[in-house]
Design a protein around this ligand. Structure first.
Ligand code: SIN
Length: 347
């Protein structure tokens, strides 16, 4: 066979940066420890990861060229400050890249704190699309033992896996489906877990090995192309709040929010509540009464659970719908329901 490497077409992978610890810098330069997230631009991160990607790609296959990497900064935030407006920009760009025949896959760098929500959102929109691989870090980019470069390398190499579709998240060599993981630890290099089986696969030295089949029962019912168009055109996302059941929860927070909402301009009105219930999703009598009254006023109300893992029980006497997602995922799902027109609120 006489083909030379230069005759092969490289894959193009676009890396979208949104900030996070992966782009963080130590307060004492180079020292690690305390740091400020979202300081290093994504081009610099990609340039650093690029060499490792090129080295591993050529050791994996003698006949393919390393991917062509292109970096774009969508936002530069600590993910605690992620907003629906940034999501909108991210979705619009991912939608364009999904349609671009020159692009093989998309990688997104993101903070760990709200990665669960962004992963769920992207999975709802493109459960079977071109690979979208999210990644992150627990140590700043200039820490002596930074984990970001390895995670980004894994994400890029994994994104180029032949036949891969849909949304994944890779961190510390473990791979999760976009809609199932959750940040369950505040420290260590692997802060994520997934119920009940944990990671669905592993990524080591550029090889992605899938251990379990995609999880279907807790996926948001995929957004249709028409719904996606509506979503991408939305000029505002609906206000949906999360309230928690706890000892002494008496529903006054809900009542107050409704009073404020009633005197707010239309676009700022409260459209829904997700309750982080106790155990299987229960609420105190008084919180439940306040939420049922909100529901009667046209506000959507869903029950989730504040427990990390396990499912929400359906309770026949409880008039509030139970959903199979963590409170923050349920909030994303409810906003999607409203934006796509699957759910209507009369408030
Ligand atoms: C963030 O979520 O942006 C900061 C924390 C992290 O990335 O681990």
């Amino acid at each position: 066979m006489s083909s030379k490497k230069s005759e092969w077409v490289s894959q193009k992978i676009v890396i979208l940066g949104t900030g996070g610890t992966i782009a963080g810098l130590s307060l004492v330069p180079g020292a690690g420890g305390d740091y400020k997230a979202a300081q290093v631009d994504v081009e610099t991160l990609v340039a650093q990861a690029g060499q490792a990607v090129a080295g591993i790609s050529s050791s994996l296959s003698a006949t393919s060229l390393p991917p062509v990497l292109s970096a774009e900064q969508i936002a530069q935030v600590d993910s605690k400050d992620m907003t629906e407006a940034i999501w909108q920009r991210l979705l619009q760009r991912v939608a364009q890249l999904q349609h671009d025949p020159a692009v093989q896959a998309i990688v997104i760098t993101h903070g760990t704190d709200t990665l669960e929500e962004t992963g769920f959102l992207l999975h709802a929109c493109w459960p079977q699309g071109k690979p979208v691989v999210l990644t992150c870090a627990m140590r700043a980019a200039d820490a002596p033992d930074a984990d970001g470069p390895g995670n980004l390398r894994d994400a890029i190499l994994m994104a180029g896996t032949p036949g891969l579709t849909g949304v994944r998240m890779v961190c510390n060599g473990q791979v999760f489906e976009g809609h199932v993981f959750q940040k369950v630890r505040t420290d260590g290099l692997q802060p994520f877990g997934a119920d009940p089986i944990g990671a669905m696969g592993a990524c080591h030295e550029g090889r992605y090995v899938q251990h379990s089949e995609p999880e279907k029962t807790r996926a948001y019912p995929p957004v249709t192309p028409a719904e996606l168009e509506r979503l991408l055109a939305a000029d505002r996302w609906p206000r949906v709040e999360i309230v928690m059941n706890h000892v002494g929860a008496d529903g006054r927070l809900v009542e107050h929010a409704l009073t404020v909402s009633a005197s707010s301009p239309d676009h700022e009105r409260l459209r829904g509540f997700v309750v982080a219930g106790t155990g299987g999703g229960s609420c105190s009598e008084r919180l439940s009464a306040a939420l049922q009254s909100a529901q009667q006023q046209g506000v959507l109300v869903w029950r989730s659970t504040r427990a990390t893992w396990g499912s929400v029980r359906s309770v026949s006497h409880e008039r509030l719908k139970g959903v199979p997602w963590s409170p923050v995922k349920a909030r994303v799902a409810m906003m999607l329901d409203i934006l796509t027109g699957r759910a209507s609120t009369t408030c």
